[in-house]
Design a protein around this ligand. Sequence first.
Ligand code: ZN
Length: 186
Amino acid sequence: MAVLPIYCYEHDILRRAADPIDLVDGKADDEVRKLAADMTETMAAFDGLGLAAPQVGVSRRLFILHQNLLPEAEEPRAFINPELELDGEPYIDREGCLSLPEIFGRVKRYSRVELRATGLEGEELKLELPMLAARAAQHEFDHLEGILFVDHLTKGQSMLVRGRLQQLAARTAQGWLRRLKDDTKK
Ligand code: ZN
């Protein structure tokens, strides 16, 4: 397994709708398994709660959620070709993203979701997720649609982060990717 670099705002790959993953006999092939394993290690190394494939430069419909968000999970779980059903009440809370280092904002999300996806072994996953877990699932699902949390900010909130977004976009335009050593230097 490997810790992969993170593609940051405003890299093109974060702005496309990702392609569905073809399953072989209903299961993930070796390439998808390796990607999921590398993403799991990357998420842990960067201390994230979730990670979507476009964030590591792969425009495919796959994301990982941290075990603390999932019922009865002891390790992070991979969700292939996920679908979300939104439920509950919209509420606002603080959000961040590994592709937007040091940028935070208050985002409105639904308080419950039903997350359906295929697991690596071809198992059908269907989870009811509340609050923070529902928020994370909506955030990661957005990544597969080319949407970032800053797109949901109010005008006032956008103004607060505009300078930092411009700086980050400029670094990314020069080919910069976020690596673990950039974080540990601070
Ligand atoms: Zn994110």
